[in-house]
Design a protein around this ligand. Structure first.
Ligand code: MN
Ligand code: MN
Length: 312
């Protein structure tokens, strides 16, 4: 997204951001104990579609020590527990231009300070963000807000630049003062997401054994696919390109049963045609808070595309 942000592209970026921001706030209001994650996610995803965008990735509802990447699966469907700390992470795209944004809901108001740490880290990053800023400085600003409230940054989760039909366009935005990124500066005309994760745990995530989010790798099959594999891959390529999706979405598209679809997805993954994103769990089982916005960094100003309070 470096060059050529003309008026038409700008409009799409802003619309995607606005819809993602509204969907995030709508999703946050739906969160309550005892509700199924699938009920919330389907409402959020339909909200995005009804407003003329498409989900850029499945609605993520990650609870307590799960930091990211949980979306309801074909067989498992989480219910929101009592007093949960719930991250609602939502993405919308218009013609491939993406808005990515998240908020944390604390159902029993027990983790106010933890949420504040992540939220204030995002606010501080927002104040520091400009074209030419180096990622070490930006990471330091984020980390300071979290540290001074007594929490840890999750070091192996980062923000990211965003491209057309690309959630992660190559540059990671660290949430700590990472010396390796001192030489990296944000060029003008960059779309990016910043997402500080704060925790009372170890400050690291590890992969869990649930995978409900996948994306097409863009590779051609090396061996013959069976009829169902071909059909499923065709739908994925056509509908989602290389953006993340969840099998729930395909079930509605194709008249096959859950077991067959699940088997087919796993086999496409084994053949390296699909990439899986397992849930990410805090390594010390700490509670995790996350706030995220998408920013369009221009030469002389920065637009927070997913802030619906300012661009309403
Ligand atoms: Mn996100
Ligand atoms: Mn993101």
């Amino acid at each position: 997204m470096r060059d050529g942000i003309n008026e038409e592209i700008m409009k799409k970026i802003l619309l995607a951001g606005k819809i993602a921001g509204e969907a995030r706030d709508y999703g946050a209001k739906l969160v309550e104990a005892g509700k199924k994650a699938s009920e919330i996610c389907e409402l959020v995803e339909n909200f995005i579609r009804e407003r003329g965008a498409e989900p850029a990735f499945p609605c993520n509802i990650s609870i307590n020590e799960i930091a990211a990447h949980y979306t309801p699966g074909l067989f498992d469907d989480m219910e929101i527990p009592e007093c949960a700390v719930v991250k609602v992470d939502v993405g919308a795209h218009v013609d491939g231009y993406i808005g990515d944004t998240a908020v944390t809901v604390d159902l029993c108001d027990k983790y106010g300070k933890l949420l504040e740490a992540s939220r204030e880290a995002l606010n501080a990053a927002r104040r520091a963000l400009r074209s030419g800023v180096n990622l070490y400085e930006l990471g330091k600003v984020i980390q300071n807000q979290i540290r001074k409230r007594g929490y840890k940054v999750i070091k192996n989760l980062t923000g990211h630049t965003i491209g057309r039909y690309l959630i992660h366009a190559g540059i990671s935005i660290p949430n700590y003062a990472d010396r390796l990124s001192i030489v990296i500066r944000i060029p003008p005309n960059t779309l990016l997401a910043i997402e500080p994760f704060a925790t009372n745990g170890r400050g690291l995530v590890k992969e869990g054994n649930i995978t409900n989010i996948f994306s097409y790798t863009g590779k051609r099959p090396k061996s013959e696919l069976n009829h169902i594999e071909e059909k499923v891959l065709e739908v994925i390529e056509k509908k989602f390109k290389t953006l993340p999706f969840t099998p729930r979405w395909i079930l509605k598209e194709l008249s096959i049963d859950r077991e067959t679809l699940d088997k087919t997805i796993r086999s496409l993954q084994a053949k390296k045609l699909l990439h899986g994103y397992p849930i990410l769990i805090e390594a010390g089982k700490g509670v995790v808070a996350q706030f995220e916005h998408t920013f369009l960094v221009l030469k002389n100003n920065v637009i927070v595309t997913t802030d619906v309070s300012s661009n309403a």
